[in-house]
Design a protein around this ligand. Structure first.
Ligand code: BTN
Length: 250
């Protein structure tokens, strides 16, 4: 196992638009060492998936981007990176509270609420990953959420405790580092198995909607390219790419 890669260098920024944008602009301007973290105390134009905004009150949460150079990873295996990141975040949250799960493809939930979002942006050169910017918004001490994001929650809202952000950052980076090193070392079987067993709603019967229908089904895992597998009551198994299926929430 390699020694720590992630967080050897942490660049603290008082205020930026988006740490993902900042990290990408740094990558265009200079060589950025693998594992470098860009963290913003205040992120005023945080980006979420699908052009959504990411709400985070200044100084309350962890909003940061990790620069990686996963050139060992084949493009077809890119979901493995997402799995490693999710598992690190889940393991971090597991130290503070129960009921942490990974809502496929890469949201982290406590119970039925979203505590963390991940935005991974890859650059590809000559058919390999030249860099990945892994943006993480982890809600730690925020007391109220005002945007219309579905089901946001912070760790403090769940446990009632206030957390030291510097200590939290150190811990979460070490957790993510552990799983990233496993990925480098090719421990893919373990990552896959841990990811599936951490899935939100695994093996539970709930309602889902795809292009054709709304149906009752249960998540049974993900396939080798990261598609979500849901079994219908009839036994038929459906496989989905991101956004091809919606979870019907309670
Ligand atoms: C999501 O929509 O679930 C993804 C949210 C990702 C938010 C983080 S905060 C740090 C980084 N910088 C951004 O602009 N977005 C990501």
């Amino acid at each position: 196992m390699k020694s720590q890669i992630i967080g050897q260098t942490v660049v603290f920024l008082e205020q930026v638009g988006s740490t993902n944008n900042y990290a990408s602009s740094q990558l265009r301007e200079r060589e950025v060492e693998e594992g470098t973290v860009f963290l913003a105390v205040s992120q005023v134009k945080g980006r979420g998936q699908q052009a959504n905004i990411w709400e985070s009150e200044s100084g309350k949460n962890l909003t940061f981007s990790i620069v990686l150079h996963p050139d060992f990873l084949e493009i077809k295996d890119q979901f493995l990176l997402s799995k490693a990141i999710c598992l690190g975040l889940k393991e971090f949250l597991d130290t503070f509270c129960p009921h942490v799960s990974i809502k496929w493809p890469n949201d982290i939930y406590i119970g039925d609420r979203k505590v963390c979002g991940i935005l991974i942006e890859n650059a590809i050169m000559h058919g390999r990953f030249s860099s990945s910017v892994v943006g993480i918004g982890l809600n730690i001490n925020q007391d109220h959420f005002v945007s219309d994001a579905p089901n946001p929650v912070s760790l403090k809202q769940v446990t009632g405790d206030e957390y030291d952000l510097k200590e939290s950052l150190e811990l979460v980076l070490s957790k993510i580092d552990r799983f990233y090193c496993q990925l480098i070392d090719g421990e893919v079987g373990t990552l896959n198995q841990m990811f599936v067993s951490s899935l939100y709603r695994l093996n539970e019967w709930h309602y889902y909607r795809d292009e054709q229908q709304t149906y009752r089904g249960r998540i049974i895992g993900v396939n080798e390219i990261g598609q979500l597998r849901i079994e219908e009551e009839s036994g038929k198994i459906n496989e989905y790419h991101f956004k091809e299926v919606s979870y019907i929430m309670k």
